[in-house]
Design a protein around this ligand. Sequence first.
Ligand SMILES: O=P(O)(O)O[C@@H]1C[C@H](O)[C@@H](CO)O1
Ligand code: GUN
Length: 319
Amino acid sequence: MTGYNSQNDVASSNGNQAGATGHKSTEYIAQENHTYPYEMIQEIADFLVKGSGIRPKIGIICGSGLGSLADLIQNPKVFEYSKIPNFPVSTVEGHAGKLVVGCLEGVNVMAMQGRFHYYEGYPLAKCSMPVRVMKLCGVEYLFATNAAGGINPKYAVGDIMLMHDHVNMLGFAGNSPLQGPNDPRFGPRFPALVNSYNKDLINKAIDISKAMGIESSVHVGVYSCLGGPTYETIAELRALRMMGVDAVGMSTVHEVITARHCDMKVFAFSLITNKCATEYSEKKDEEANHDEVMAVAKNKQKACCEMVSRLVAEIQKSL
Ligand SMILES: O=P(O)(O)O[C@@H]1C[C@H](O)[C@@H](CO)O1
Ligand SMILES: Nc1nc2[nH]cnc2c(=O)[nH]1
């Protein structure tokens, strides 16, 4: 271990502060931005590969209430986040805080039962750090799932939206998981994000939805991530709709950015857990709440699990 702890007080690591030239070292700037050096990510990846004896090809991030996706995994080796060196811990209900490594449909996979959100107090680089860990474990495909509010009036609660693009509201505000010094071993300084969501995987998922008989409740749309933890105001929802956003949440975008930066193929979907009101109303039952989000996710976990395992089986055919 390098001994570096991203939660350390930056000022206490005086060895890395501005030198005689007045310039801050790259390592110091990395610490200041709470980014993880490549070597530290490598150490976490080595710990997981050694501990599981597996090099996963697909990484899965389970959204709120969708942790049962990881229960599909055969011969699972389970790592509690608190036992993984330098890993953050999950603090949100519906995010168990476990990493499950094993086999799904004949493919080695790694699933996060619990992700890290910006509103938990973690900087974006820390929220999406596990994606880099996945990469160094050998992961080539990222499957990211989330619970989201449906803004598109055609979406119903319980529908699935396959993400084909996103609007990065945190990025509009100047925040990025790639902020700070760039390590080219992960990817380029200025990555392009057009075609971030793999078209082939989206098409396969559409075919799967037809085979499952659920195509009328599966859509292809645009997701936007806000910082949370508040749900949106009516004015914000109207603005998002005008921007072409179909579903809104508090995650995924920074994970996708990190995955594309290191050239992973990305598939992502939102489970629509609530309809976002765009008209003013005093009715309490029209307000979004996390209990409803969790209940809908629990109800729909079977379909979500089937979608994921069938898509993994499709990937297996092409390996
Ligand atoms: O982790 P995801 O994006 O699935 O969770 C969503 C966003 C918040 O964490 C929570 C709000 O209910 O659900
Ligand atoms: N931001 C946001 N996140 C959600 N997660 C589940 N539902 C919602 C929602 O309506 N808004």
